[in-house]
Design a protein around this ligand. Sequence first.
Ligand SMILES: [Zn+2]
Ligand SMILES: [Zn+2]
Length: 148
Amino acid sequence: MSSTQSASNGERLKGQCLCGSVRFSAIPSNPETSACHCHMCQRWSAGPFFSVYCGDSVVFEADDDLERYASSEWAERGFCRKCGASLFWNLRGKADYHVSLLAIEGGPDLKFTTEIFIDEKPDNYAFANDTKKLTGEEVFAMFSEGQE
Ligand SMILES: [Zn+2]
Ligand SMILES: [Zn+2]
């Protein structure tokens, strides 16, 4: 998951929630996005969650209404307590952000390359994009390889 390559141009992009109470900027580590079909993302974002990996580059300009929910032992999810927008998931106790593609200005210009937890995707839809598809098991295997 870690990458030494910088994004297309390493540009800092702005993002915000629906009501604008939470505002931030971030630099995508790669010029691409992935969709997560896991059951938690479905419940949390009302669909697959499209995220952009931004590592520790996230800077909050306004975060009084930012709420962090510990969704598991290792991850937390950030949302706006005013408008309810889903904004990111992050490794707990560490700045390691996967930011919502659609909260970022210009986010949709990034290429949609990967679908994860494909084994938890509902059967009533499927994306036509040519993506790499990983099961939950394959994702966890990649995580443990990438860490010490
Ligand atoms: Zn908001
Ligand atoms: Zn997920």
